[in-house]
Design a binder for this molecule. Structure first.
Ligand SMILES: C[S@@+](CC[C@H](N)C(=O)[O-])C[C@H]1O[C@@H](n2cnc3c(N)ncnc32)[C@H](O)[C@@H]1O
Length: 173
């Protein structure tokens, strides 16, 4: 979700060739970068979808997806933008419909308020289960074995500035 230049999409596809990965973003020039990289690497298990996150469910059947990754979404700090956060109840409802029962959803973010907001939202959501969370994924590498190998554009930038990267893994049903 909001894959930007597709570093995570391409990174996961290269690491897990037996699975398919689809990066979604509204910005065509960014996903062009990811699709070009995927072609250069000869990957056949990766694709990109240019659409708004709000229209996600027009593209997938119920329970079609095994997992969803939300990587460094815009934090949307203003109260009036809560509905636009990619981990707000509105988006969790969309994910719940298209991720199979027990399927994982992952959030990586540099933003502490978004991390805390997401934990609180999940803690009060019926059926949701937080399986793992950490305020510093690089201090707890056992939670995400590929963390050092697969990083997004924004992740490298924030890490370079000394900002801890937060991670939550959860299921919705
Ligand atoms: C902060 S960037 C992170 C990009 C990438 N995940 C990374 O870590 O490098 C947020 C991305 O989300 C995309 N985005 C924001 N709102 C969106 C929406 N409603 N639907 C689809 N993409 C969206 C932006 O175009 C942008 O590429």
């Amino acid at each position: 979700m909001g894959c930007g230049k597709g570093d995570y999409t391409v990174g996961l596809a290269a690491r897990y060739p037996e699975r398919n990965f689809l990066g979604l973003d509204i910005k065509g020039d960014r996903i062009w970068r990811g699709s070009t990289r995927a072609e250069e690497l000869g990957l056949t298990n990766v694709g990109f979808l240019r659409t708004r996150a709000e229209s996600l469910n027009a593209h997938f059947a119920p329970q079609e997806l095994a997992e969803i990754w939300v990587t460094f979404p815009d934090p949307r700090p203003r109260d009036r933008d809560i509905k636009r956060r990619l981990t707000s109840p509105r988006f969790l409802n969309l994910y719940q419909e298209i991720v199979r029962t027990g399927g994982l959803v992952h959030l990586k973010t540099d933003d502490t308020p978004l991390y805390e907001y997401t934990l609180e939202t999940l803690q009060t959501r019926p059926g949701a289960r937080i399986l793992a969370h950490t305020a510093d994924i690089y201090a707890t590498p056992e939670l995400l074995p590929h963390a050092e190998d697969i990083q997004t554009h924004y992740e490298r930038r924030f890490r370079g500035e000394g900002i801890a990267i937060k991670y939550i893994q959860f299921t919705l049903s």
